[in-house]
Design a protein around this ligand. Structure first.
Ligand SMILES: Nc1ncnc2c1ncn2[C@@H]1O[C@H](COP(=O)(O)OP(=O)(O)OP(=O)(O)O)[C@@H](O)[C@H]1O
Ligand SMILES: [Mg+2]
Length: 401
């Protein structure tokens, strides 16, 4: 199959599924979706470490093959997320005393100041995957961009996203084995924020709650940057486990009950409705549908309690609350949050994206490519010669990494 140098692979490695997308970048640096593919995720441990690299390689390969067949081209560059296991989000401050003779802050001062915030990295087990400037101050005054501002004291506050170094190394190796050149490894919340939130929402303030398989990823946006984030160890699987334990049914049966009957708006569930379940002890029996819904509602309430505990100020403001991920498909979630916390809530894609992307399953994978293009980690390549140089540079980076 043809290798097209302006096509890029976006890989969303989830706890339950792998989503691959093939996108094409045009000369205006716009991203076009060309092909999609999925596979069941395997090779990751329950805690998200890469337990079996060969198995992970096979499940990635399956999703990639489907996406490349759909697109008709094989990309050479890849942008991927990483399993959120042991990920940490740390706010850090860096300070620089500018020595510029003209008395204005230079680009060099800015870069050095940001670099100094990496001192939060204390253990070789961790690797900084993002250092995001959140606020700059020049001589104590807040500024949007410090470069060119008259002053001496530059201060920057950053959000440093730390990942488990071993996981990053193992993932890099797996992708190399698949003959892919890595153009970016990033946190899901950054990718999903590019597509699930409008620029206005990212600027005015938004909280993105991605309810995945085992974890919920909370990303808080302000002034068009990821301002803070957190991981809560509750995901769609936790909801199913609760149903499984409370009703003494197998996990697949609990998953089925959740998807077919789940609703967290208890006031709209008819208390007389009954459903059939197959329990592990007494076999088939009927139970009230409301019981399943009450179990799910209790877990959602706990998830929101923990979210509020970690980010109290967000719930007291007019931040837009957006729910995404497979777990957010549970009926009633948006209305439930709106009712209990009096915040404006949206589920699903914003209007400006709904034409371009029909299936929100691929939101994170496309968001990875969008963010890489917006930050120039992936650029438009204008000629085969340049493509060759890019490839050569990537090979050198891979060898001397
Ligand atoms: N209709 C539905 N109602 C309720 N839950 C659902 C529904 N469909 C899927 N889910 C749940 O969504 C979860 C998977 O979510 P998702 O596909 O976002 O996970 P993932 O991206 O693989 O995980 P992660 O992003 O955490 O690594 C599963 O636990 C599943 O039970
Ligand atoms: Mg996911």
């Amino acid at each position: 199959m043809a290798r097209h140098y302006n096509s890029v692979l976006g890989l969303d490695i989830g706890d339950s599924k792998i989503c691959a997308v093939v996108c094409e970048v045009d000369s205006r640096r716009e991203v076009h979706l060309r092909g999609v593919g999925t596979s069941i995720s395997s090779g990751l441990s329950k805690t998200g470490t890469i337990e079996d690299p060969e198995e992970l390689c096979r499940s990635l390969d399956r999703a990639i093959r489907r996406a490349t067949r759909d697109a008709g081209v094989t990309p050479t560059r890849v942008v991927t997320n990483i399993p959120v296991y042991q990920m940490q989000f740390v706010r850090s401050v860096g300070v620089v005393l500018s020595k510029e003779e003209n008395g204005v802050i230079s680009e060099g001062d800015r870069v050095e100041c940001i670099r100094r915030t990496k001192t939060v990295l204390k253990s070789p087990d961790q690797k900084a995957v993002h250092v995001i400037p959140v606020q700059y101050k020049v001589d104590g005054q807040i500024v949007d961009d410090p470069v060119g501002v008259p002053g001496r004291n530059l201060e920057v506050e950053t959000l440093v996203v730390l990942a488990h170094a071993e996981t990053v190394t193992a993932l890099t190796q797996v992708l190399k084995n698949l003959q892919l050149h890595i153009s970016g490894i990033m946190f899901d919340g950054i990718a999903t924020g590019q597509i699930m939130l409008t620029k206005e929402e990212r600027t005015k303030g938004a909280i993105l709650c991605d309810i995945g398989g085992r974890y919920t990823k909370i990303s808080i946006y302000e002034n068009n940057v990821l301002y803070n984030a957190g991981i809560i160890p509750i995901g769609g699987e936790t909801f199913s486990r609760d149903v499984s334990q409370c009703l003494k049914v197998t996990l697949p049966e609990a998953e089925r009950l959740k998807i077919l009957n789940g609703d967290v708006l208890l006031q709209r569930v008819n208390p007389q409705d009954v459903i059939e379940v197959t329990t592990q002890d007494i076999g088939r029996r009927t139970i009230k549908k409301l019981l399943v819904c009450q179990i799910l509602e209790a877990r959602l309430s706990e998830l929101l309690r923990l979210t509020r505990k970690s980010f109290p100020h967000v719930f007291d403001s007019k931040y837009r609350f957006v729910v995404s991920g497979g777990g957010a498909q549970l009926p009633g979630i948006a209305e439930y949050i709106e009712h209990h916390f009096s915040v404006p809530v949206r589920d699903g894609l914003p209007d400006e994206m709904s034409g371009a992307l029909d299936d929100p399953h691929f939101a994170t994978a496309i968001g990875l490519v969008l963010y890489a293009v917006r930050t120039k980690a992936v650029d438009y390549i204008s000629s085969p010669r340049l493509a060759f140089l890019h490839q050569l540079r990537a090979m050198f980076r891979a060898i001397f990494h």
